[in-house]
Design a protein around this ligand. Structure first.
Ligand SMILES: [Zn+2]
Length: 213
């Protein structure tokens, strides 16, 4: 079976972001309202590429202090010591603590940087009008969105670690400035994923008339 892929946009139909109803805007209007739920309609998310870039660049900027500044301060009788995420990974590494160390390494360092690189690649490919690997790029976008929901695991792990440390007498843990930047990276990458419109991946493919099986 081979047919030129036709999009709803090519038929002049808009999909509601709120209830997924397809409808046709009034003649001459580019924006309308969903007849079912009243949500504002547009063919694509507003300024998707620019907004996604803005959130992504902000996330990349915050990623630097999130890793360079201490995230936790440990207070003991001997004094206070502040640790960055990477120092925390090294400190946790022990015959019994290595699984926790690996979780912090993945959740705090590798996943956020991987998300930033993946979204940057998706944006560049859309801006270049690439018609290659559309399906893989959509899968990558879904993966980034899926991982985003698990980013909060790290907050849980940090709290858990702090609780373990608190069990030792005369010791306490408090958040340090790096934690604010880390939370900003998590929120900004989530906003970047939300802003990106995966339908943009297919626009150049449809325009080029490539046939799909
Ligand atoms: Zn609707």
């Amino acid at each position: 079976m081979s047919a030129v892929a036709m999009t709803a946009m090519a038929h002049g139909l808009q999909r509601c972001e709120g209830c997924a109803l397809l409808s046709r805007p009034a003649p001459g209007a580019t924006h309308g309202e969903c007849p079912r739920c009243g949500e504002e309609l547009s063919f694509r998310k507003h300024d998707s590429v620019q907004r996604t870039w803005a959130f992504l660049i902000a996330a990349a900027v915050c990623y630097v202090p999130a890793n360079l500044l201490p995230v936790l301060t440990t207070h003991t009788a001997a004094g206070a010591e502040s640790d960055t995420i990477l120092q925390g990974v090294v400190l946790l590494w022990s015959p019994t603590g290595w699984p926790l160390s690996l979780i912090v390494l993945f959740a705090s360092i590798m996943i956020p940087s991987g998300k930033i690189v993946a979204l940057g690649y998706l944006l560049l490919s859309v801006q270049r009008g690439s018609i290659q690997h559309g399906e893989q790029r959509v899968r990558l976008y879904r993966l980034v969105g899926f991982i985003g929901r698990w980013s909060m695991v790290d907050v849980f792990v940090d709290t858990f670690t702090a609780a373990l440390v608190q069990l030792q007498p005369l010791m306490s843990v408090s958040p340090a400035p790096g934690l604010v930047f880390f939370a900003a990276v998590v929120v900004l990458t989530m906003l970047a994923v939300e802003s990106f419109d995966p339908r943009l991946i297919w626009d150049p493919v449809t325009a080029s008339g490539v046939r799909h099986a």
